[in-house]
Design a protein around this ligand. Structure first.
Ligand code: PHE
Length: 440
């Protein structure tokens, strides 16, 4: 039975048959707040970054308690997302109704926090929170994860202040133990029109503010990876090679609410890993928060905490972060980076589901995230991965057939065959009911 409204944190929101796609298993994650859970890897990482950034000149107010329910205005419009931006689509975002959703990023709170700058007395803020995105199911993807947003403003645009702030930051970076090798690919940008500066800012301001942004993130990353390297040396049991320097690179990026925009990547385990998107905040965002025109410049970054935590603590499956098993949580301690010691896992159970799509055209296909959601909704935390293993089109009829392989496995207990069969049957029934497929 479908209720007419959805209750989250004691507040009721009306359903909208055209929009509502948030499910009970997703709502169950609201208030788990791993970023505030003592001795949890995500909390340890958040704390480490907050402390490092505030060690420089104590300029950031921290916000860690925002509710995940936000308006489409906060999540998209206030940030200048165009009407047709793919991030708005129902296949990517959990909507409560047409105007309300579960935030897809911590940037949803930029407007509110910018507007509080004057009353906090600090020129910056950090926001950590759980964010929600519809996505595939595997060891590195989970529909709920955590981000930290950081912003820093210069009201009055004093060049002297910017220079002074940059100077202090540079001193912290210079005396940091970590040996950094930074390549800035954005500096040899051949077509600056693709990553333009904002009209109202001078070249000198863009240069100073972007240096302050880049050096701030380099400091954070130096600190985080230095802690990791120290822990590897202390534990002395890693199979990984222990690096004695850290390679970073800056690349150009695009976000609707920053210009110019960049991403920073780190070389780790023989691969470039994307850590963080950032840029100089578009004036419009600041104006939306009540600042006067041309009065203020600011930078912003958004950093994904879960992937970095998995790397630091060597956690092989993102679902472990959500585990309530004592064997997981007892391994970690606030302020420390300890390598995760695997414990015996409960066995998995594989099922395939194969079906014909009802029609032959593209519009009659099922969005993969919709299929993922059906599995997730029926299996809850018992699904490890869902993979497309076969796709076939009958050359005569044009009919398409898909086969997905589902691995059911619990992090916390043994699951029975009967239980898995039951879930699988419900998944199949829902596919037939909702998408009119024919099971094979
Ligand atoms: N919100 C962006 C994301 O989810 C990251 C970002 C934050 C980029 C702030 C620029 C400025 O990926």
């Amino acid at each position: 039975k479908i209720e007419a409204s959805i209750k989250i944190n004691d507040k009721s929101y009306p359903r909208d048959p055209n929009y509502t796609n948030v499910t009970p298993s997703i709502i169950d994650h609201v208030n788990r707040s791993l970023h505030k859970k003592p001795n949890h890897p995500v909390n340890i990482l958040r704390d480490l970054i907050e402390k490092k950034l505030n060690s420089v000149d104590n300029s950031f107010t921290t916000y860690n308690d925002f509710s995940p329910v936000v308006s489409t205005f906060e999540n998209f419009d206030s940030l200048g997302f165009p009407a047709d931006h793919p991030g708005r689509s129902k296949s990517d975002t959990y909507y409560i109704n047409d105007k309300t959703l579960l935030r897809t990023h911590t940037s949803a709170h930029e407007m509110e926090c910018y507007s509080k700058i004057n009353s906090t007395g600090k020129p910056g803020f950090l926001i950590s929170a759980d964010v929600y995105r519809r996505d595939e199911i595997d060891r590195t993807h989970y529909p709920v994860f955590h981000q930290m947003e950081g912003c820093r403003v210069w009201k009055g645009r004093s060049i002297e202040q910017m220079k002074q702030d940059l100077n202090i930051l540079q001193q912290h970076l210079d005396k940091h133990e970590m040996n950094l090798i930074v390549e800035d690919q954005s500096l040899n940008n051949k077509s600056p029109s693709e990553n333009p500066k904002q009209q109202y800012m001078t070249d000198e301001e863009v240069s100073l503010v972007s240096q302050h942004l880049k050096r701030s993130l380099e400091l954070v990353i130096s600190e985080v990876f230095n802690q990791k390297i120290k822990s590897m040396k202390r534990e002395n049991n890693t199979t990984q090679e222990i690096p004695n320097e850290l390679k970073l690179r800056w690349v150009n990026a695009y976000f609707p609410w920053t210009a110019p925009s960049w991403e920073i990547e780190v070389w780790w385990n023989n691969d470039w890993l994307e850590l963080c998107g950032c840029g100089i905040t578009q004036q419009q965002v600041i104006l939306n928060s009540g600042f006067e025109k041309d009065s203020t410049v600011s930078w912003a970054f958004g950093l994904g905490l879960d992937r970095i935590a998995m790397l630091l603590f060597e956690i092989p499956d993102i679902r472990l972060l959500w585990s309530k098993d004592e064997r997981f949580i007892s391994q970690f301690k606030d302020g420390e980076i300890n390598t995760f010691k695997p414990y015996s896992r409960y066995p998995g159970s594989i099922r395939d589901v194969a079906f014909w799509l009802p029609g032959t055209t593209e519009s009659e296909e099922i969005h993969e995230n919709d299929l993922m959601e059906i599995v997730r909704d029926n299996a809850g935390p018992l699904v490890e991965s869902v993979k497309l293993i076969d796709r076939f089109q009958n050359p005569k009829t044009g009919k398409k057939s898909l086969c997905y392989r589902i691995n059911y496995q619990s992090m916390d207990r043994n699951i029975t065959n009967e239980e898995v069969n039951e879930i699988q049957k419900n998944v199949e029934n829902e596919l037939v009911e909702k998408y009119d497929v024919t099971l094979r």
